[in-house]
Design a protein around this ligand. Structure first.
Ligand code: CTP
Length: 396
């Protein structure tokens, strides 16, 4: 995986950098840490040495070329937390310590995640420097809004570890899908019986959200229409919430012309109660529910497909996986369909088969949904999108 040079500068949010190092290593990356001199007053370099498994640096010590060698070793340089002082120095090209000098000699992707008091962050001089960085294609990972340690409310909280990790993954991927718009549906729809009870299914939204993350990593602009989910939302992606299959249909139809690629991953309830009772139904000896069929969103999309790339998902019994998958692919007029065996439901690991219109099949297997989503994207890009959308996977 990647070689991440992590710069930490003085902000109380530095404690999050410790967790970040751990999470980066868990994700398979190698990490080296360079600290600004003042930041050691918050956390000693020993902590970062233990967490990263490498020497951490504040100044040149025994290697006078450290400011060249560290960036040369790395695939990307992330400064998190980036104090407004370090941010301004990097923007102006000032190299007055090891960290800022590394930023000067670094040639690859540079990402800064500012953290600080809201008034400091809003300061016109700092805003001007942020603009300078963006103009130079430095990725600015926006701080979050909320209550700050100084008791003030506003923008200034360092991005969450999850968002920082996602940006690292983003920076490490080529961008063959740049300019492509991808619409993904995720999660389960809920069909209400009365105001508090509903029919639904076990979908967590994990696969749909993982697809949203990886399509963004490879450069696509992504929108998600999501029903009920328990998985964590994908960072930096627009998630539009709906409840029922009918609401999902409406939102998808509204967005379909915007999209170049649609992945219909949601577990849409096939039926809904014919009437939904306002309030709470009282208990009786028995209750009969009349169910009516919901619109089949994917079928409707297939009928008006045009040049769009349309990808469906299906849960099928193991022995009929390919046969029924192929039948569904043709019936719904899709470019591809991912057929999953029932055993995948609720499991961490993933297994399935990608079926293409021309009859080719590609087995998919991965230890989690995120890895399987990336494997699916790579196979789709190589075997389908290359011809349909002229996208090519080239290394960074
Ligand atoms: N789908 C949809 N609208 C529905 C039901 C399903 O858009 N009302 C989409 C799903 O998002 C998925 C695909 O259709 O991409 C396959 O769903 P599935 O429920 O397996 O297919 P069905 O057509 O419902 O067939 P069956 O119930 O016979 O398996």
């Amino acid at each position: 995986m990647g070689r991440v040079l992590l710069g930490v500068s003085s902000s109380i949010a530095i404690y999050k950098a410790c967790e970040l190092v751990r999470e980066l290593r868990k994700a398979g990356h190698e990490v080296r840490v360079v600290l600004s001199p003042f930041s050691e007053r918050f956390i000693s370099r020993l902590t970062f040495e233990a967490l990263s498994g490498h020497k951490a640096y504040v100044d040149w010590e025994e290697d006078p070329l450290l400011h060249i060698n560290l960036p040369r070793w790395s695939d990307l340089f992330l400064i998190a937390p980036c104090s407004v002082n370090t941010l301004s120095k990097v923007a102006l090209g000032i190299g007055d310590n090891l960290l800022t000098t590394c930023a000067l000699s670094h040639k690859g992707a540079l990402l800064v995640a500012p953290a600080g008091n809201v008034e400091m962050y809003k300061n016109p001089a700092v805003q001007e420097n942020l603009r300078r960085l963006r103009e130079r294609e430095v990725t600015v990972i926006e701080p979050e809004e909320g209550k700050l340690l100084c008791e003030e409310e506003g923008q200034g909280r360092l991005a969450s570890v999850g968002r920082l990790l996602d940006w690292v993954e983003y920076a490490l991927r080529p961008k063959p899908l740049r300019g492509k718009k991808v619409l993904i549906t995720a999660g389960a729809t809920r069909e209400f019986i009365d105001s508090v009870r509903f029919i639904s299914n076990l979908s967590s939204g994990a696969m749909g959200f993982s697809l949203a993350r990886v399509f963004r990593w490879y450069g696509a602009q992504v929108k998600v229409v999501a029903g009920f989910t328990t998985a964590e939302e994908p960072p930096e992606v627009e998630v539009l919430r709906v409840t029922s299959a009918q609401e999902m249909r409406e939102k998808v139809m509204e967005l379909k012309d915007w999209a170049d690629i649609i992945l219909m991953n949601a577990a849409v309830a096939d039926y809904r109660p014919s009437t939904s009772f306002l309030g709470k139904l009282k208990k009786e000896e028995s209750l009969s529910l009349e169910l009516v069929k919901n619109p089949d969103i994917l079928l409707e999309l297939g009928q008006q497909k045009g040049n769009k790339v349309l990808i469906g998902f299906a849960l099928e019994e193991e022995e009929y996986l390919i046969k029924r998958g192929e039948e569904k692919l043709i019936r719904k007029n899709l470019d591809a369909l991912v057929a999953n065996p029932l055993s995948v439901m609720g499991e961490k690991s993933y297994r399935g088969v990608l079926l293409l219109r021309d009859g080719r099949t590609f087995p998919l297997q991965a230890e989690d949904k995120l890895k399987s989503a990336e494997a699916l994207l790579l196979t789709l890009t190589k075997e389908l999108l290359k011809d349909l959308l002229q996208v090519h996977l080239k290394p960074l």
